[in-house]
Ligand binder design. Structure first.
Ligand code: GLC
Length: 558
């Protein structure tokens, strides 16, 4: 179909490519805008709201999955990679969205989920119907169970969402049979990436969406596709993170060497298309040097920087993670990326309102320690202004431009993330960051859709965050973002380079092009550099013109 008409037919250039400095806005389709009033957002809803992204000033949008799916994991369980779920619209709606975005100069990145399919995928149905050892089963990871009757799982791996990573199937003759691996929900069987048919299939899926004009793919669980061949036991608690120590054994399910060859194949496909199409890895890989291997020149273009997202809100921690991130990607010649929120973590306006140094919660609910909302928002605004001044590419998650907090008091009955049930009701999970966002203070569902329906309950007091209350309101978080994105573009902050001026225990400051950036993490206010002109600030300066605690300023030095 159409390749992107607004972009030049140049190959992706690692030095100057659009993505090296882009701001990319994550749209979570279920919760962005609902055109038909069923309480679940959809593609026509997104298309109708694209002007918001233009007004905000981002370069691209990334869409979380909208493919046919039983929605066992909010669409990250894909039953058909080449279609759109009727919940979200049709393939024609996807084409219209892509065209409408391109006509506004916005690039479009779609989500690709290669680690697992849905259990409703035709391949999995065929695997269940076929016998052990069949080619159909070989597309997934089926094994005989351990123990005399094969009644024990083949190894001790647990699912990221809790519970065992294996489920036993009933064979065609009605007897209990083999087990299949699912690192996530039971409804998400892991594919066997050693099988050439699996590889071939995904090359076809890439082409399908590239032919429809998408500008790239966000690759889900990019560090999980290849498992250690012996499927060795792993006694440690399961986490999606690969482990921070470079010299410790890596978990047998994450960050295995074999994944890189897959991305080299994909890169060749993308490079065959005009218009700078990109791959971005969702790889929970630490440390930064390991992650950088995903963005070597012949692999992906970007990888999410989760080490940055997870870093504590202190000057030393922020300094360390920023320098480490820049150094690690410099080695491979790739741009660094920055991210503070997404659909899997507690929103940063709430996360930063929790005590510093505590355990990062996987969801917050009734009865849990509640974040300090005002402190969280103040820090979130400072963190965002710091992030948007860093060279590289920044990812924003829908609603953060409104300063939206997590829904931290959602009734447990309303929860839909499989984590809550699979963890035996010990981990609240991710619903609190996925609540439909407020557009209009006084409309039903705060303007999310034409009715009151909302697949997750919107918290009371959501009205104050609505876009229409914040637009043109001096000091609002929305205007803070809009101005920051405009200045970031004008001053080419995404291009750098960054030069440190201060990296103490309380204050961080650096120079990026014509601007100096300063964040005050300390208790005492600090003066604005002498003679400097204030360009932007995450909060008003103190009465005597000093930068208060948890404030970032951008200034033009004298
Ligand atoms: C990624 C997604 C997350 C999903 C998981 C399994 O981490 O971001 O939402 O649950 O993969 O697909």
């Amino acid at each position: 179909m159409n390749s992107n008409p607004t972009h030049q037919d140049t190959p992706a250039d690692p030095a100057t490519g659009w993505w090296t400095r882009a701001t990319i806005y994550q749209v979570y389709p279920r919760s962005f805008a609902d055109s038909d009033g069923d309480g679940i957002g959809d593609l026509p809803g997104i298309t109708a709201r694209l002007d918001h992204l233009v007004e905000l000033g981002v370069d691209a949008l990334w869409l979380s999955p909208f493919y046919p799916s039983p929605q066992a994991d909010a669409g990250y369980d894909v039953a058909d990679y080449r279609d759109v779920d009727p919940l979200f619209g049709t393939l024609a709606d996807a084409d219209r969205l892509i065209a409408a975005a391109h006509s506004r100069g916005l690039r479009v990145i779609v989500d690709l989920v290669p680690n697992h399919t849905s259990s409703a995928h035709r391949w999995f149905a065929a695997a269940l119907a076929a016998a052990p050892g069949s080619p159909e089963r070989d597309r997934y990871v089926f094994r005989d169970g351990a123990g005399p009757d094969g009644a024990q799982p083949p190894n001790d791996w647990t699912s990221v969402f809790g519970g065992p990573a294996w489920t036993r199937v009933t064979e065609a003759d009605g007897r209990p049979g083999q087990w299949y691996l699912h690192l996530f929900d039971t409804g998400q069987p892991d594919l066997n990436w050693d099988n050439p048919e699996v590889r071939e299939e995904f090359l076809g899926v890439l082409r399908f969406w590239l032919d429809r004009g998408v500008d790239g793919f966000r690759v889900d669980v990019a560090h999980g596709l290849i498992k250690q061949a012996d499927l060795a036991d792993w006694q440690e608690p399961q986490e999606i993170l690969s482990g921070p120590e470079i010299d410790k054994p890596r978990p047998p399910m994450w960050d295995q060497e074999g994944v890189h060859e897959i991305y080299r194949d994909w890169r060749r496909v993308l490079d065959g298309y005009p218009g700078e199409r990109i791959l971005v890895a969702e790889a929970w890989v630490e440390p930064a040097e390991r992650l950088a291997r995903y963005v070597r020149p012949d692999e992906m273009h970007q990888a999410f920087n989760f080490e940055y997202l997870l870093a504590a809100w202190t000057a030393p921690a922020q300094y360390a993670v920023i320098t480490r991130s820049l150094e690690a990607t410099d080695v491979v010649g790739a741009p660094t990326t920055w991210v503070l929120s997404n659909h899997d973590v507690v929103r940063h306006a709430s996360r930063l309102g929790l005590p510093i140094g505590g355990k990062r919660p996987n969801g917050i609910g009734i009865g849990d320690p509640q974040p300090d909302a005002a402190l969280g928002l103040r820090r979130a605004r400072a963190a965002t202004l710091l992030m948007l001044a860093l060279p590289g590419s920044a990812y924003l998650y829908q609603g953060e431009e409104l300063g939206l907090p997590e829904h931290t008091t959602m009734p447990d009955e309303a929860r839909q993330d499989p984590t809550w049930a699979r963890s035996g009701n010990t981990e609240r999970g991710r619903d609190g960051c996925r609540v439909p966002i407020p557009w209009e203070a006084d409309a039903p569902s705060y303007g999310f859709g034409p009715t009151d329906a909302s697949w997750l309950p919107q918290p009371p007091l959501w009205a104050e965050y609505a876009l229409d209350r914040q637009r043109d309101a001096p000091g609002s978080t929305y205007e803070l973002y809009r101005t920051a994105l405009r200045l970031r573009r004008e001053h080419r902050l995404g291009e750098g380079p960054l030069e440190w001026l201060a990296s103490g225990d309380e204050v961080l400051s650096f120079r990026n092009g014509a601007l100096t950036v300063l964040t005050n993490f300390g208790d005492a206010a600090v003066p604005v550099p002498t003679g400097a002109e204030l360009v932007h600030a995450s909060a008003p300066l103190d009465a005597d013109g000093a930068v208060g605690t948890d404030v970032t300023v951008w200034v033009r030095p004298a």
